[in-house]
Design a protein around this ligand. Structure first.
Ligand code: TXD
Length: 319
């Protein structure tokens, strides 16, 4: 059976890390694409030379020609520009909409059957642009943000409770931005919900609230420390988890930016919700019960995403 083919559009900080992780997990052969001349070929050659040391069997190639992504099973898109300190994710909307439009046109042309994972910011809008430009069924176009945001939430909780990150589960809903909704009620340590852990004296509500806020600011915290560029290891690992669930039909239940058609009272919008990812892409959108406060926070996040979508529509770049 032929190996899967994974196309990475954007061979920058996240793209290069995606390539290494995909190869280490032997998810398939990897093609790195970028507009910067020769750079993807250089990274691919370096990654191929890593193979004999790591022992992974995967071909890795780099290209400036979209034709090389022909027939890709999965396409992961990081093409665009990242934030600089002081910039919001939303500040990237003008430049990255044009980039994602071009990328989408080429995915439609060369990889019409691919499962597409968008990473480029502002995420909730860029994934919507991607789906519109490719015309693919929404089940095959998702955005990576919730897996990263919940990973940040899980890390901070594991540090608070001094337990393994493996036993912390967390839910984050909504847009990938300041309005994201980390759900304390649905987050647990080995199945013990956070509110119970407060009652058990493991932490306080104030400390939990501070952890929720640190999760919301997770991206900006790293941008501030790095000064040039933004987070890339955890974003790459998060997208690879989604790609693996698709390629191996694992049916993982993961928070992703998915297209809602009435779920959570939202219609015709991409936003972060729990979904099951299998061989058909988004197999199911999971509707969890939200209390009044959670619903209010979620609706606020939905409004923020809608406002950004209006900005893109107003620019008229994407019909
Ligand atoms: O959770 C999330 N979704 C976010 C997403 C987490 C972290 C980073 N987030 C966003 O991902 C970030 O704000 C950026 O919009 C993307 C990519 O971040 P990365 O850190 O990988 O940026 P780089 O290193 O600048 O890589 C982007 C590459 C770079 O090599 C450019 O040459 C290339 O994109 N690029 C293009 N490739 C193809 N086509 C076009 N037009 C193009 N323009 C730039």
């Amino acid at each position: 059976m032929a190996r899967n083919k994974i196309a990475l559009i954007g061979a920058g900080q996240i793209g290069g890390t995606l390539a290494l992780l995909a190869a280490q997990k032997e998810l398939g052969d990897v093609v790195l694409f970028d507009v910067v001349e020769d750079m993807p070929a250089g990274k691919a050659l370096d990654l191929a030379q890593t193979g004999p040391v790591e022992g992974y069997n995967a071909t890795l190639t780099g290209t400036n020609d979209y034709a090389a992504i022909e027939g890709a099973d999965v396409v992961i898109v990081t093409a665009g520009v990242p934030r600089k300190p002081g910039m919001s994710r939303d500040d990237l909307i003008g430049i990255n909409t044009g980039v994602v439009k071009t990328v989408g046109e080429n995915i439609k042309k060369y990889a019409p059957n691919a499962f597409v994972i968008v990473i480029t910011n502002p995420l909730d809008v860029m994934v919507a642009v991607m789906q519109k430009v490719t015309g693919f069924k929404p089940e095959r176009v998702v955005g990576m943000a919730g897996v990263l945001d919940s990973a940040r939430f899980r890390l901070f909780l594991a540090e608070e409770f001094k337990v393994s990150v493996e036993d912390v589960t967390a839910f984050v809903l909504g847009g990938h931005g300041d309005t994201m909704v980390p759900l304390v009620r649905y987050s647990t340590v080995a199945g013990i919900p956070l509110p119970d852990l407060v009652k058990m004296g493991w932490t306080t509500q104030e400390r939990l609230d501070a952890i929720v806020q640190r999760t919301r600011d997770g991206g900006a915290e790293i941008v501030k420390l790095l000064k040039t560029g933004s987070a890339f290891y955890a974003p790459a690992a998060s997208a690879i988890q989604m790609a693996e669930s698709y390629l191996k039909d694992q049916r993982r239940l993961l928070p992703c930016a998915a297209y809602l058609t009435g779920q959570y009272g939202v219609n015709g919008l991409y936003v972060g919700v729990p979904v099951i990812i299998g061989r058909n892409g988004v197999e199911k959108i999971v509707e969890i019960e939200l209390d009044a406060d959670e619903k209010a926070m979620f609706d606020k996040s939905v409004s923020a995403v809608r406002a950004l979508c209006q900005v893109v529509n107003g620019m008229g770049q994407v019909q």
